[in-house]
Design a protein around this ligand. Structure first.
Ligand SMILES: Cc1cc2nc3c(=O)[nH]c(=O)nc-3n(C[C@H](O)[C@H](O)[C@H](O)COP(=O)(O)O)c2cc1C
Length: 319
């Protein structure tokens, strides 16, 4: 299981040229990442400590994304740390709630690389300036990873840099961060099982937008259902549109049995699922509620980019 939580510490993301690009890149490249933008959640700097601690408890990998301000984090992110990394939570005899979580600092820096050296005007290397945050992670028992940062990220029209230039660097930064997160993510049987459970939670809402499902499908996926066989993303969308006309939102897939077997970089999932749902009057079920048990087999594999994808999905009604 690897839940990724990104805390955006930018005090005004709507005016950001680079942090916003990094966050957008992460959101498109990394399925299921939770991004908490502190400036929109807490414009008054009044942090909801319980909500933030809950988000942290659910996370395996924690990323702090911020612009470097006065050789440190912006005040909003500093307040978040002060409030949320509290005694009994992050430190103290029982403060072990963050232990063993992966911790990545990801920052944009205005000054050029050469300025952060003994003879440069900023004198100290970035790694040294980040040591208070590194020690914060150690005290909380977190795994501190080499930070991801980019220099020359300030854009002042006609004075510093070009917009396209800093945005291209931000995009590359986002990809580098995504690769770093992916390298910490182990896709094993328990990851696959939790993926399957999250799939059903998402599916039961019957969202109009099928993209949240297609992003987890191989381009040549085979979708074998009692209604027939469907091929590729187009095929899935065709089938999903049929399902949308049958089942009302908030159906319920209860997993009665699940087994996941790993073979190198692929997985076979065998499932027994009990589906209860309300149906539409004009559907094949004439508006009658359904309660069926299905046997499912999913074939999944890890793509060269390190993503878990469904290659083959078979459903048959149980006898
Ligand atoms: C209040 C403030 C303090 C800053 N302090 C530093 C600093 O200490 N070192 C530095 O290299 N850049 C500094 N900068 C430049 C920012 O790091 C840069 O503008 C930011 O990374 C760009 O991110 P954005 O496009 O997402 O706003 C500072 C900028 C502001 C507004």
């Amino acid at each position: 299981m690897n839940n990724v939580l990104v805390i955006s510490g930018h005090p005004n993301l709507s005016e950001s040229n680079t942090n916003q690009v990094i966050l957008n890149t992460l959101e498109t490249e990394l399925a299921g990442v939770e991004i908490r933008a502190l400036d929109s959640l807490y414009p008054d700097y009044n942090i909801d400590i319980e909500a933030e601690q809950t988000a942290l408890l659910n996370a395996d990998i924690v990323v702090l994304q911020f612009p470097f301000y006065w050789y440190s984090v912006p005040a909003l992110l500093k307040k978040w740390i002060d409030d949320v990394f509290s005694y009994g939570f992050a430190y103290g005899s029982e403060g072990n709630k963050l232990q063993n979580k992966d911790f990545i600092l990801s920052l944009t820096i205005g000054g050029p690389e050469e300025a952060y050296s003994p003879l440069g005007y900023n004198h100290f290397p970035i790694a040294q300036l980040l040591q208070p945050l590194e020690q914060t992670a150690y005290l909380a028992g977190m795994k501190f990873h080499k930070p991801v940062y980019s220099h020359g990220m300030v854009y002042i029209p006609g004075v510093y840099n070009e917009l396209e230039e800093v945005q291209a660097k931000a995009k590359a930064h986002g990809i580098q961060l995504k690769d770093k997160i992916a390298s910490l993510t182990t896709i094993d049987e328990s990851y696959v099982e939790s993926f399957v459970r999250k799939w059903f939670v998402a599916f039961d809402k019957m969202p109009e937008d099928s993209q949240q499902f297609t992003q987890h499908l191989a381009t040549d996926v085979t979708w074998s259902m009692p209604e027939g066989d469907f091929k590729g993303h187009h095929g899935f969308v065709e089938w999903y549109n049929i399902a949308l006309k049958q089942f009302k939102p908030n159906c319920d897939h209860q997993i009665q049995a699940i087994s996941v077997q790993q073979h190198d970089k692929s997985f076979i999932v065998d499932l027994t699922v009990n589906l209860t749902a309300e149906t539409y009057p004009e559907s094949d079920f004439n508006g009658q509620p359904i309660n069926i048990v299905a046997k499912e087999t999913w074939h999944m594999s890890i793509s060269p980019q390190g993503r878990l994808l469904i290659d083959n999905y078979q459903v048959a009604l149980a006898e």
